[in-house]
Design a protein. Structure first.
Length: 411
């Protein structure tokens, strides 16, 4: 068997961070008419490179497997994300002094949720979005959008057309690109000499600190840190000059980059974040490899709870048919013998079954009808919102359960 090579530096990968076994693709919800058919399971294992410390999946799916879900995610459906985006646009417009002579480019621009705030201020903006349905929604908002993938080749063509930009945005896209060197290599080609790139991504530090292993799924090739990204950027003569911590997606980082020779001064935050990563062990492949033990402990806690409830004749239901729930349930080997149903507000998911575990997805009003003793909250990042919306379960003595960072029963 030939070794898997690091997607950043090419070193053979030798160290496992955590091994979640086999799992179907997290967004492949099963229709009722397909219940008698099988599903394809793929390995879900994170390894870390001993040389450059990039945490990454050990294997990847065939290229056409990712985008087969028949509903697309529209960023504009989330109010809190829209507010986050508008604040970002306002702060960048004033920080960089952007006006109608400037240019802005966003990669993975989705439905124009962010670029609309630049367009409405008269700042020329272009979105890059390969998903046709979201790209069409962006054009309806007046956001010019190209249905292409970003990389060296497409960046060269954009530059030839005059797209040299003052601000280049990539929110939650880095973890999804199969060839990180080709993607990052395109950035300098479309960036003005004093232009700025910003990237937002869930921070590996939070994943390790809060046991967020259920954010591992096949669509996320990388689990990112400043430590592992610095060499990727340095290879194409980009440097990080500022970093902000964000609360989005359980704890994210926003990096600010520029050409190595640009005049932007490095903020003290860059060194401070690097020190934090060192303190929690992100600069040590050996320490990262210890994370697998926490993951195994959470599995035992959840199974002990579910077995106890089943033995006591109590019903457990779940809330939120999110991707992270699928990683958790499949890793723990839970089916509808342990969790009766999962409630979700998205009508496109209702009437279907979770991939692998085959737990039925129902509308939230089913909670009221079936009165479960426990409601297991799968998207822990919005647990306050879910507890507020489903507080009615307390009327029959129902309790909330959160499995991560460690199992907790909340009255
Ligand atoms: Zn490497």
């Amino acid at each position: 068997m030939s070794a898997v090579l690091c997607r950043s530096c090419g070193e053979p990968l030798a160290r496992t961070v955590c091994d979640l076994g086999l799992s179907p693709v997290s967004n492949a919800f099963v229709r009722a008419e397909n219940l008698s058919s099988g599903e394809t399971f793929y390995p879900l294992k994170v390894m870390v490179c001993d040389r450059c410390l990039l945490a990454q999946l050990a294997s990847s799916l065939p290229a056409d497997t990712h985008f087969h879900s028949d509903y697309a995610y529209f960023s504009s459906f989330s109010n809190s994300w829209l507010q986050h985006s508008e604040r970002y646009a306002q702060s960048m417009i004033s920080r960089l002094g952007l006006g109608n002579e400037s240019k802005v480019l966003e990669v993975a621009s989705n439905d124009g949720y962010l670029l609309q705030f630049f367009v409405e201020r008269g700042i020329p903006a272009l979105g890059i979005e390969p998903t046709a349905s979201t790209a069409a929604a962006a054009r309806n908002k007046g956001v010019d959008t190209r249905e292409i993938f970003f990389g060296r080749n497409s960046a060269e063509r954009l530059a030839e057309e005059g797209w040299k930009v003052d601000l280049l945005i990539g929110n939650n896209v880095l973890a999804h690109v199969p060839d990180i060197n080709d993607f990052v290599g395109g950035l300098p080609l479309v960036l003005n000499p004093e232009g700025v790139v910003t990237f937002e991504f869930p921070h590996l530090l939070k994943l390790i600190e809060l046991n967020q292993f259920d954010t591992i799924y096949h669509e996320h090739y990388y689990y990112l840190s400043l430590t592992a990204l610095l060499p990727v950027f340095a290879r194409v003569n980009l440097r990080v000059f500022d970093v902000e911590k964000l609360t989005t997606h359980g704890g994210s980082l926003r990096l600010y980059l520029c050409h190595a020779r640009a005049s932007h001064l490095e903020a003290p935050a860059v060194q401070a974040r690097a020190m934090e990563e060192q303190a929690i062990g992100l600069t040590s492949a050996e320490r990262l490899a210890g994370f697998g033990r926490n993951v195994e402990r959470i599995k035992r806690e959840l199974l002990a709870f579910l077995i106890g409830a089943a033995n006591g004749g109590q019903q457990v239901a779940a809330y939120g048919a999110a991707a992270k729930g699928n990683t958790l349930l499949n890793y723990c080997g839970v089916r509808d013998d342990m969790i009766a149903f999962v409630a979700d507000k998205n009508p496109a998911k209702q009437g279907r079954f979770l991939p692998g575990s085959r737990i039925p997805v129902v509308a939230p009003d089913e909670i009221e009808h079936r009165r479960p003793d426990y409601l297991l909250i799968l998207p822990w990042n919005i647990k306050e919102e879910i507890m507020l919306q489903n507080g009615g379960i307390r009327a029959w003595g129902g309790q909330f359960v959160v499995p991560i960072p460690s199992l907790e029963i909340l009255p």
